[in-house]
Design a protein around this ligand. Structure first.
Ligand code: 5AD
Ligand code: FES
Length: 405
């Protein structure tokens, strides 16, 4: 029997408020996480290499229009030092993130990548915005392994509202994701939850899109208003969405994370820093218990840390890499999980080996090799393996509207 999690069911879960029902969702996401990606929590050392940005995103504190922010760009030695710190903490990956900063020259960045790949065993992940193809190709050639670019929302009108095009260049993030895949990168994307003007239906579409795109990493965090931005200073209002506005709450993020684990069982899903920011006490732990398997400790030198202000009150703003590392190890052990070894890439895993006691089902959808809206080509067979413990819990997870106590 073929069973799918339809978009209406995703929508039902996003609206579900009953704690007992939600507990079933958390448990199922946790079970699938364990059976498909295991108990390892992979750590990616995050280095925020530049807070310059050429864009005007209505949500982000790095936007070029925010004049109340001192700007910095790390130099080559600082970046290499941070990468060495990642090695010394035993991390398998360094993530080099920045605003869309064209002061980051193509060849300079390529040199940094080459040095890190030559001098360390690290996987290198880049998160540097919508760069032209020639930059992406040069960085891939230099040895970069992965690229992160969130599509933020699958609603094209909302996306254009919050992310104005740069001059006449009109970029389509899904097309960029497809090109990244074509270049051989492992590709990550994701969304913010609770953007003003974002509806429940649109988040359900986002999650369905995660299922369609063959993403290796999926990051989901709450939208956090930044007072230096049009979306955070109360000056910009979006058309009312008539009670359909999705809230930017912790709970809504957990629902989106758990559902994402159900639709993409083998993806690497971080408990995001934005989630840790809105619940500093245990947001990341709850994320890791409700579908996530990755965390990104911050290795940005302290003197720059407070300047990488995409949103305010960021978690771990004052802790050194060392303090963060110690704290995280304790938190992960506290969950009965362990820190992942090696690079922790999705390609390292045996993706579709079914578990004993599981039923493997094909999700009927676009055939491999055909194009889906947004121009993304599916390159791998899509299939979900859902361990089934009993009929009742299976029904409950797949149909939140089914009534049972
Ligand atoms: N609140 C939450 N997340 C944000 N990001 C940018 N600005 C904010 C904000 N105000 C996220 C975006 C971006 C990632 C690097 O940070 O999703 O892709
Ligand atoms: Fe940074 Fe705990 S994870 S201080």
């Amino acid at each position: 029997m073929s069973v799918t999690i339809e978009k209406t069911e995703i929508l039902g879960w996003l609206r579900e408020e009953n704690p007992a029902r939600l507990k079933e969702l958390w448990q199922r996401a946790d079970e699938i996480r364990r059976s498909r990606v295991g108990d390892a929590v992979h750590l990616r050392g995050l280095v925020e290499i530049s807070n310059f940005c050429s864009r005007q995103c209505a949500y982000c504190g790095l936007r070029v229009g925010n004049e109340n922010l001192a700007r910095y760009r790390m130099d080559l030695n600082e970046i290499l030092e941070a990468a060495q710190q990642a090695v010394s903490f035993g991390y398998g990956t360094v993530v080099l993130q920045g605003g869309e900063d064209y002061g980051i020259a193509t060849l300079w960045m390529a040199e940094i990548i080459r040095r890190i790949k030559g001098e360390t065993p690290l996987a290198v992940t880049l998160s540097l915005g919508e760069r032209p193809d020639k930059d992406l190709a040069a960085w891939r050639k230099a040895g970069a392994d992965r690229y992160l670019l969130r599509f933020e929302t699958s609603d094209p009108n909302l996306f254009e509202e919050i992310h104005p095009p740069l001059g006449r260049r009109k970029f389509d993030r899904l097309a960029i994701l497809r090109r990244l895949r074509g270049l051989g990168f492992e590709v990550g994307s994701g969304i913010m939850v609770g953007i003003p003007g974002q509806t429940y239906a649109s988040v359900a579409n986002d999650i369905a899109l995660f299922r369609e795109l063959d993403l290796d990493m999926i990051g989901i965090g709450p939208f956090i208003p930044h007072p230096g931005t049009p979306l955070g200073n109360g000056l910009r209002f979006f058309p009312s969405v008539n009670g359909e506005q999705v809230p930017n709450t912790e709970l809504m993020v957990y629902k989106a994370v758990a559902l994402t684990r159900l639709v993409r069982p083998d993806a690497n899903i971080p408990a995001t820093s934005a989630l840790a920011t809105i619940n500093k006490a245990n947001g990341r732990e709850l994320g890791l218990q409700r579908g996530a398997n990755v965390f990104m400790p911050n290795l940005t030198p302290l003197k720059y840390r407070h300047l990488y202000q995409i949103y305010p009150n960021k978690a771990c703003i004052a802790e050194t890499g060392d303090a963060c590392n110690g704290c995280l190890s304790l938190r992960i052990k506290g969950l009965g999980r362990h820190i992942g070894r090696g690079q922790g890439g999705r390609k390292d895993r045996d993706l579709f080996a079914p578990e004993r006691g599981s039923v493997s089902r094909s999700i009927p959808q676009t055939q491999s090799g055909t194009m889906i809206p947004g121009g993304f080509e599916l390159t791998r067979p899509l299939r979900v393996t859902v361990p089934i413990s009993d009929e009742r819990s299976r029904r409950s997870i797949l149909n939140p509207f089914s009534s049972h106590a």
